[in-house]
Design a protein. Structure first.
Lengths: 92, 420
């Protein structure tokens, strides 16, 4: 059950400079837990105090925004790619 | 000389140096340029501005640039008193900020001028962007002027006028099979990998400041005052927020009186995440999959949507959304009453304004400015089935009169009956 996670540069201080990570998880929520185990402190950057994905973070599974899927409950399978992307980008 | 002292996170206030970065590494909030307003106040005056160049650079002190700028002469576009359109809509003091006539035919020249200047200052060799079309044209044009390479990413289903209008400047033009939000997500990831100045990603804090000039110009052109209402097309929400910021900066610097402007968001019904959140009283922007002819506003996941909601509420403004047929009617009404041919986003503004007047949100005597941000020649597809067709004739008088004679006769008849 290996899922590739792409880490944006604002988080790389927490990941020791790593731009990708491998997690074992069957949901996005479990993916964030696994990331937290590997890189303590990363989850509080991504989630608010209620555990929801915070305003300024977008999470994608295979290129689709999880808000169009099942948010934190979005299922993951081996070979999936998760991207964490700052929301403050684009447009004008 | 630059009056910029650094960058600061809009959410947690953490300070950062002036670098090509855009997001706070602690809280993911957006970074904003910090100015030394005390020093600016000493340097700026109405007279000095009025004596400046007839472009956005007359406000250079309030932009995050220092020395030579990349200049294709953006800005200082006409503010038109729209008496005909005002009459049609029931407004006595309606003005149109006509940004269709910028060098690459949209307001994007204002933001890209700043971004390209910063890209050169930061020693990037290439500038890049994720675009719904207007930005593509502007980035390619400014790169050409600056002698830089450009990489322009667009959704593959854009209008021809925008594809060709960007292609002419010789960029590397990448058409992505997906909508704008997908293009933007791709570019956010590419910006991590390639050493390019993505104007609306890693250069975004600087780039976005260029939109403030749309507030400064309107205030100056109105005789140094803020309007009662500003009606603005909203995609990411950045332009909307920067107009509000620009008006308030002008007041803080003593250049205009108190700002009581109400800020109105206009969006297409097929992509209205900000207007919908406002109307439902929510603080949360739910992203949407855009379905609208207003492709320049087709951002379903607006980066500054959250702040746009704050601006609406802070200013006592509102929001309106319009269907695709109403957008086309808005484009036609603007053209037929004022001789201004705007792209679909202009149709969104006029259709939205009409709704805001009908609902009583905007009143007859209030000084209202509608922002028309892009040129109609870029979105010809939207109107091709909704305007008069040419009457085809042979090059002789008989052919003309045979084709048109009955029309003229009908007109004469009507005039006669009016006289009687």
């Amino acid at each position: 059950m290996s899922v590739l996670v792409r880490i944006p540069s604002p988080l790389r201080r927490v990941t020791g400079g790593k731009s990708t990570a491998e997690v074992n998880a069957t949901t996005v929520s479990a993916c964030l837990e696994d990331l937290e185990k590997q890189f303590p402190g990363i989850k509080e950057r991504l989630c608010d105090s209620k555990g929801q994905i915070q305003h300024f973070v977008n999470i994608y599974v295979n290129g689709e925004d999880v808000r169009f899927l099942q948010d934190l409950d979005t299922p993951l399978k081996s070979g999936d790619e998760v991207s964490i992307v700052p929301a403050i980008a684009g447009g004008c | 000389m630059s009056f910029t002292t650094g960058l600061r996170c809009r959410e947690c206030g953490r300070a950062y140096p002036i670098e090509p970065i855009y997001v706070c590494e602690v809280c993911f909030g957006s970074l904003e340029v910090v100015y030394d307003y005390v020093a600016i106040k000493r340097h700026i005056s109405r007279e000095k501005i009025a004596a400046g160049p007839n472009s956005m650079w007359r406000y250079k002190e309030l932009l995050p640039v220092g020395g030579d700028v990349v200049d294709i002469n953006a800005g200082f576009t006409p503010l038109v008193k729209a008496e005909n359109l005002g009459r049609a809509l029931g407004l006595k003091q309606l003005y149109l900020k006509n940004d269709c006539v910028n060098p690459s035919y949209s307001f994007k020249d204002r933001v890209v001028a700043v971004a390209a200047t910063k890209a050169r200052e930061f020693k990037f060799e290439a500038i890049a962007c994720a675009s719904t079309g207007n930005l593509a044209c502007s980035v390619a044009a400014h790169a050409a002027r600056a002698g830089m390479k450009s990489y322009v990413f667009i959704p593959s289903d854009l209008e021809q006028g925008k594809i060709l209008g960007a292609a002419i400047y010789g960029p590397t033009l990448i058409a992505v099979e997906g909508n704008y939000d997908q293009v933007n997500r791709l570019c956010s990831e590419l910006a991590e990998k390639y050493p390019w100045a993505f104007v609306n990603i890693n250069i975004r804090p600087f780039y976005a400041e260029g939109s403030k000039t749309l507030a400064y110009e309107v205030a100056e052109q109105l005789g140094w005052r803020a309007p009662d209402n500003a009606v603005v097309p909203v995609a990411s929400g950045s332009l909307f927020n920067k107009i509000w910021k620009g008006l308030n900066e002008f007041h803080d610097l003593g250049l205009i009186g108190p700002v009581k402007t109400r800020m109105f968001v206009t969006q297409a019904t097929g992509c209205s995440p900000v207007a919908t959140a406002y109307e439902s009283g929510s603080n949360i922007i739910r992203p949407v999959k855009p379905q609208t002819i207003a492709k320049s506003l087709a951002i379903g996941n607006p980066a500054d949507g959250y702040y746009a909601l704050k601006t609406i509420r802070e200013s006592g403004g509102g929001a309106a959304m319009s269907t695709d047929p109403e957008i086309v009617d808005g484009m036609k009404l603007l053209a037929e009453t004022e001789g201004i041919f705007a792209e679909t986003a202009g149709g969104v503004v006029i259709a939205g304004l009409k709704r805001l007047v009908t609902s009583g949100a905007i009143k007859e005597d209030e000084l209202t400015v509608a922002y028309i941000t892009g040129n109609g020649l870029k979105t010809l597809e939207a109107i091709q089935n909704s305007v008069v067709k040419p009457i085809l004739i042979k090059p002789d008088i008989n052919s003309f009169e045979a084709a048109l004679g009955f029309k003229i006769a009908a007109t004469v008849e009507r005039n006669k009956s009016q006289v009687e």
